[in-house]
Design a protein around this ligand. Structure first.
Ligand SMILES: [Zn+2]
Length: 253
């Protein structure tokens, strides 16, 4: 297995084209690296690259997080605007831009879910897109907005909503119902377990995705991409549901 080799992303549907990360240094004319000139050490103007390319990673979901951390701290030090306080103004500007890009890239890549969502966006799909467009469509047609319930949760969500409705109604008239609160709490716990399990499932898709980056067809990649999208949408649905439950429960202690 050749895990260390760097691969050019094969996808053609990205928003950001991973262009040239190296070109000629503005100061000394040598070939430079992405952030600094390798010859004279001057900070370079940022080039529009995706976050994976920024760190020199292939567009894969399993990343070397220790390496990410190391690179981040080293670049943070080198790009720190204080270092450029005496430099000419365009260098100050570039160090600020590079620092801010660095922070965004690091924050996005270190988080498993953000990293996956970002990759999906590079691949041309947004996680919230479905519900967003559904919302807009509902607004335009005057329909009541209805979130699409993931099929595997239909029954659970139905029961839970009934119970929440009941609890709200009872609270309104000042009645106490510890048994119902306990039952809702139990269901909430199940949802939270599902929420965590989905992250594990997502990591399984990462492995499939990463293999396909090197050797898969566009069609294969699209399939995995859609599975990840579906999973993250389901996960967001559960998150919102748990938030609703918490809102109702918080007022009932
Ligand atoms: Zn240089």
């Amino acid at each position: 297995m050749c895990l260390m080799a760097s691969h050019e992303p094969k996808s053609s549907s990205s928003l950001i084209v991973p262009g040239e990360t190296t070109s000629t240094c503005w100061s000394c004319g040598e070939m430079r690296a992405a952030h600094f000139c390798s010859a004279c050490g001057k900070v370079q103007p940022p080039v529009p690259v995706d976050y994976f390319t920024f760190f020199g990673f292939p567009r894969k979901l399993n990343i070397d997080t220790a390496k990410l951390e190391r690179e981040f701290y080293e670049l943070s030090r080198k790009l720190h605007p204080d270092i450029y306080a005496q430099a000419e103004s365009r260098e100050q500007q570039w160090s600020l831009q590079q620092s801010s890009l660095l922070n965004d890239a690091y924050r996005t890549l270190k988080d498993p879910v953000k990293r996956t969502q970002y990759l999906l966006r590079l691949e041309g799909v947004e996680v919230e897109e479905q519900s967003m467009s559904a919302t807009e469509k509902a607004r335009a047609t005057g329909e009541v907005k209805k979130q699409v319930v993931p099929p595997d949760l239909l029954e659970e969500v139905f029961d839970l909503n009934m119970e929440l409705e009941e609890l709200r109604a009872q609270k309104k008239i000042g009645e106490d119902n510890p048994a119902l609160i306990e039952e809702i709490g139990r269901q909430k716990l199940e949802l939270e377990e599902k929420y965590d399990a989905l992250l594990q499932e997502l990591k399984g898709y990462w492995n499939e995705w990463d293999k396909l980056v090197d050797s898969g067809t566009e069609e294969d990649r699209r399939k995995i991409r859609d599975k990840m999208l579906d999973l993250l949408n389901r996960r967001n649905y559960i998150r919102n549901l748990v938030r609703d439950v918490n809102e109702v429960l918080e007022g009932s202690s």
